[in-house]
Design a binder for this molecule. Structure first.
Ligand code: NAI
Length: 332
């Protein structure tokens, strides 16, 4: 039988961890025929709860699950890992400054970068979920220089899927008929959800909906603010949709995107025209296709002036986050 793939989930005792682990064990991430070993990491205050999650995973008797490493030791958690899903982080509490949250997370991601670099398998693929996702991923990448830059990504697939869902609701077409929307930039409210190249049932989204004012206004706002709307409704942040999108992100990255279809991923910008002029070294969400375990930015899309402005605005926010993170690290 094939060797199991070792999947690390950090923050595994949290909400997303609880929704994600079962999906991975059912094969939603790597396929229904790929055995896995789960590595679950959390911090000491959550140790009992983490053990409880591991007990439930044992009790679910998943045929694909060949082992569980549940630990609060980051080095032990990272040993021999092939896929790392970084969900653990310091949450922004009421009244907390952005800089304060950033400072806690930069310290966490700098430390975990070293653990991954030292202990993970060569070719390990990383997806950062914890916010600020793009900047946490950038720090991780910078402090794990032996991990190839293209192997460190952040999750904007949830935003991408939210955009597909909105187009589906508006047109009445099933979501499986909607494709090639784009999330540009930061996983924050400055992200630019772009439908200019998307299709629904084989028709351009703009023609199918026939309401540019909606697409340039309410649609963009709804996707940008969806996380807040979920919190308002559930009193908890998105968890099942985040977990499902993590599985989509890794599955497409490892197994490839469907012909004629792209997705959105936060990746380090290679700079230049191939990166639509987005500054080299920013962790920025682009439209990508994946094949043979590698992503490439979709080339040659026509960018109108309105899009250009929105793409640059979210890049400016990322640049500012990057500078803030660097300043915090220098002071550490
Ligand atoms: P949660 O608070 O329920 O769980 C977070 C877990 O991380 C907790 O169990 C906590 O103990 C653990 N943790 C804290 N520091 C850690 C460390 N240094 N190492 C390992 N584990 C650590 O939060 P939830 O709802 O699961 O969300 C997790 C993160 O994902 C948050 O930062 C949230 O903002 C972000 N998020 C990102 C999305 C995206 O699309 N990129 C979507 C939804 C949430």
């Amino acid at each position: 039988s094939p060797t199991p793939v070792h999947v690390l989930i950090t923050g595994a005792a949290g909400q997303i961890g609880y929704a994600l682990a079962p999906q991975v064990c059912r094969g939603a991430m790597l396929g229904a025929d790929v055995p896995i070993v789960l590595h679950l990491l959390d911090i000491p205050p959550a140790e009992a709860s983490l053990k409880g999650v591991a007990m439930e995973l044992t009790d679910a008797a998943y045929p694909l699950l060949k082992g569980i490493v549940a630990t609060v030791d980051v080095d032990e958690a990272c040993k021999g890992v092939d896929i790392a899903v970084m969900v653990g982080g310091f949450p922004r509490g009421p009244g907390m400054e952005r800089k304060e949250v950033m400072s806690k997370n930069v310290a966490i991601y700098k430390g975990q970068a070293s653990a991954l670099e030292t202990h993970a398998n060569a070719g390990c693929k990383v997806v950062v979920v914890a916010n600020p996702a793009n900047t946490n991923a950038l720090i991780l990448s910078n402090y794990a220089p032996k991990i190839p830059k293209e192997n460190v990504t952040c999750l904007t697939r949830l935003d991408h899927n939210r955009a597909l869902g909105q187009v589906s609701e508006k047109t009445g077409a099933p979501v499986s008929e909607v494709k090639n929307v784009i999330i540009w930039g930061n996983h924050s409210s400055t992200q630019y959800p772009d439908v200019n190249h998307g299709e629904v049932s084989g028709m351009p989204i703009r023609s199918a909906i026939g309401d540019d004012a909606y697409l340039d206004g309410e649609f963009v706002k709804t996707v940008q603010q969806r996380g807040a709307a979920i919190i308002a409704a559930r009193k908890l942040s998105s968890a099942l949709s985040a977990a499902s999108s993590v599985c989509d992100h890794v599955r497409d990255w490892v197994n490839g995107t469907a012909p004629g279809t792209w997705t959105s991923m936060g990746v380090v910008s290679p700079g230049g025209d191939d990166a639509y002029g987005i500054e080299e070294g920013l962790m920025y969400s682009f439209p990508v296709t994946c094949a043979n375990g590698r992503w490439s930015i979709v080339p040659g899309l026509k960018i109108d002036d309105r899009s250009r402005g929105l793409m640059d605005a979210t890049a400016a926010e990322l640049k500012e986050e990057k500078a803030m993170a660097e300043e915090l690290i220098a002071a550490m």
